[in-house]
Design a binder for this molecule. Structure first.
Ligand SMILES: C[S@@+](CC[C@H](N)C(=O)[O-])C[C@H]1O[C@@H](n2cnc3c(N)ncnc32)[C@H](O)[C@@H]1O
Length: 204
């Protein structure tokens, strides 16, 4: 049972509820035009540099794992993830943006990815079951999140007790990533690489 009594979390929770009321639950969702521009740029970067292919290797996913590509966007990682976890594993590709879900479903069809499923997030809620996930990887998205506490609560809920959350800094400094994670008191950092941090659950 999770019980956060820390003052800063309470304040952040209240602030978050106020933002939800004023801006709506899906305030992290970018406009369609921006999403499309981002998709084109990311595909171009991959075409020129195989950037997602190189980054994917650092995730170290294993056969049989149930994983979440959280904030999957243009779905650059799902084919590699599908192969890495294999037929006994599963990939949930989660995003708050309906165009991302379209990207995932298109790729599932094109590449016949039988172990991948698209999941549209509603604010910081997903339909994923409690304690069902081995690895969440959240790449190039944590810097965009208006309530890290909201997001990390959902990570904490869906991860198995020995699960791992891999959080890439994206467009923010490592110190900011660490500060945002540490002040929720939900995760402890177990490993750092130059691109991301790997975290395990606290309060099991
Ligand atoms: C810059 S893109 C990165 C996409 C992908 N992870 C990659 O590295 O190619 C960030 C993605 O995170 C998604 N996102 C932002 N806030 C989110 C949230 N609260 N829940 C789920 N997805 C979110 C955006 O819609 C967008 O698709």
């Amino acid at each position: 049972m999770l019980n956060i009594e820390n003052d800063s979390c309470e304040i952040m929770g209240t602030e978050n509820k106020m933002k939800d009321t004023i801006l709506g639950k899906n305030r992290d969702k970018m406009p369609n035009f921006l999403f499309r521009v981002m998709t084109v740029i990311m595909r171009l970067i991959d075409f020129l540099n195989n950037s997602s292919g190189k980054n994917f290797k650092t995730l170290n996913l294993k056969q049989g794992q149930v994983v979440v590509d959280y904030g999957c966007g243009p779905a650059r990682y799902i084919e590699n993830a599908s192969k890495a976890v294999g037929t006994n594993g599963k990939v949930y590709a989660v995003d708050i943006h309906p165009l991302a879900i379209e990207n995932v479903n298109t790729k599932i069809k094109q590449k016949q990815l039988k172990n991948v499923e698209a999941v549209l997030a509603d604010g910081y809620s997903t339909s994923l079951k409690d304690k069902s996930i081995d690895v969440i990887y959240a790449l190039d998205m944590f810097h965009m999140i208006s309530s890290p506490l909201g997001l990390l609560r959902e990570f904490h809920r869906i991860l198995k007790d020995d699960g791992i959350a891999i959080i890439e800094d994206g467009h923010q400094k490592r110190s900011e990533t660490l500060q945002k994670v540490n002040r929720t008191y939900l995760f402890r950092v177990v490993e750092e690489t130059n691109k991301h941090i790997k975290c395990k659950k606290m309060n099991n």
